[in-house]
Write a protein that binds this ligand. Structure first.
Ligand code: GAR
Length: 210
């Protein structure tokens, strides 16, 4: 099984979806470490409750991004991780760190990238009046919420949606596509060609629309 480090900053519901998937012995990956940059992240308790090893690496304890990321990399290497999953990890990573983990680090973002990168996606979707929204798992590149797309799920925006109601439906899809994307990557079914990720799997396996 591939060894996975999960990086969080908060609630950790996507981490929990990954924990649930990895609990199946047939799943091709297992979580070896959960790392938070915030000591108060709720997800830490959830990870501990699942019996996982957790570590806090507080960015505020370092003089800048580079020493913070050096500590992060040292820990991730010490636990022997093959893959990094960013799961609501809300720190930008420098090009140096991203390059070091190139094509071995994935992220989940609550929009159909390249639309609506950044924060408050559900509010901005409603504000913009778009009819279709969703979520994306992608390889991490130095640009925020950007990189080759592995899996997306799309869903309709309803006329009576609020940011909360829409966000709740998107989150349900996030919890489906993140384990799916990790499985494909861990099985060696994803390769990167330029800006695209090519998936060796049935098309309906990687595009959820509903
Ligand atoms: C999720 O909706 C995730 O997609 C988003 O933060 C939330 C974390 O929730 N990530 C980003 O916005 C990254 N740009 P969780 O801690 O319950 O998984």
């Amino acid at each position: 099984r591939k060894r996975v480090a999960v990086l969080i900053s908060g609630r950790g519901s996507n981490m929990e979806a990954l924990i649930a998937a990895c609990a199946d012995p047939a799943f091709p990956a297992g979580i070896v470490s959960v790392i938070s940059n915030r000591a108060d992240a709720k997800g830490l308790e959830r990870a501990q409750a699942a019996g996982l090893s957790t570590t806090v690496i507080d960015h505020k304890a370092f003089a800048g991004r580079e020493p913070f990321e050096a500590a992060l990399s040292a820990h991730i290497e010490a636990v022997g991780a093959d893959i990094i999953c960013l799961a609501g990890f809300m720190r930008l990573l420098t090009a140096g760190f991203v390059t070091r983990w190139q094509d071995r680090m994935i992220n989940i973002h609550p929009s159909l990238i390249p639309a609506f990168r950044g924060l408050h996606t559900h509010e901005r979707v409603i504000e913009a009046g778009v009819r279709v929204h969703g979520c994306t798992v992608h390889f991490v590149r130095a640009e925020m919420d950007d990189g080759p797309i592995i899996v997306q799920a799309a869903l309709p925006v309803r006329p009576d949606d609020t940011a909360d109601s829409l966000g709740a439906r998107v989150l349900t899809r996030e919890h489906q596509i993140y384990p799916l994307a990790l499985r494909l990557l861990a099985e060696g079914k994803v390769r990167v060609e330029g800006n695209r990720a090519i998936i060796d799997a049935a098309a309906d396996d990687i595009t959820l629309i509903n």
